[in-house]
Design a protein around this ligand. Sequence first.
Ligand code: F6R
Length: 240
Amino acid sequence: MQIRIIKNETELACAAADIFEETITNKPNAILGLATGASPVLTYKELIRRYEAGLISFKDVITFNLDEYCDLPRDDKNSYFTFMQENLFKKININPENVHIEDGNAENFDAEAKAYDDKIAAAGYVDLQLLGIGTNGHIGFNEPADTFTEGTFRIRLSESTIRANSRYFTDSKMPEYALTMGVGSIMKAKKILLIATGEAKAEAIYNTVKGPVTPHCPASILQTHPDAVLLLDEAAAERL
Ligand code: F6R
C-alpha cells in the first residue's frame, strides 16, 4: 500500500486527478471504477477542468460506479445516478452508453447484481478504482462483517452509514438498502486509489493501514492489493 499525506484538499484532488490522467493517457478506453459522496467531489472538479483545458478526453472511457441506493427513483436528487450526472458526467465528453451504475430499482436484485458483474468482466475489469472510506472502514457499501464479500450484491446499510448519510436526505427518508460492488469485485481492479480527508476518517484509516486484515474493517483488505494508493490529508492521517 502506498500512502501519501497531502497538505490540503485541493492538492489532494490534483494528485488524484494526476493518477486518472495517467491512466486515461496510457489507455484512452480505460475502465474507471467511480465513487460518490463528499470525498471525490474535488477530484471530479479537477478532472472537468482538465477536460475543458483539452488535457484529457473521456470519449472512449468506460465507467462502473461502486454502488447505488435501492428503492430510490433514479432521478431523485440523492441517487448516485444524479450525483454522477451533476458532479461529472454532464460536464465531460463521456458517451452515456459507456456509463454503468447499478439499477437500484431492479425487479430482481440478484439478477441485476450478476448482470453488473458480468458487464465488468466482459469489459476486462476495472483499470483504476476510486474509493472513499466510511467512518466504519466500509468501501463501496461493504459494511463491517464476519466475512469479506465477493461480487455485487444487495446490502442492508449499517446504522453508522445511515447516520453518516442521512444528512443528505433532508426531505425524504434515507433508503436502508443499496446495491454495491463486493470487496472481491473491488480487489479485481488493477489499481486502487482511496481518498480520505478529515479527522472523522482517522480511526478508519488507522485500522485500514495498521490494523489486521479483517472484514470488520473492509478497507484493510487493501493491504493485500498489489497497487493500492491512499491519498490522505493530515487530519485523516493523524493516527498513523
Ligand atoms: C460511495 C461509497 C462510499 C463512500 C463512503 C465515504 O460511492 O462507495 O463508500 O465512499 O461512504 O463517503 P464520503 O466521501 O461522503 O465521506
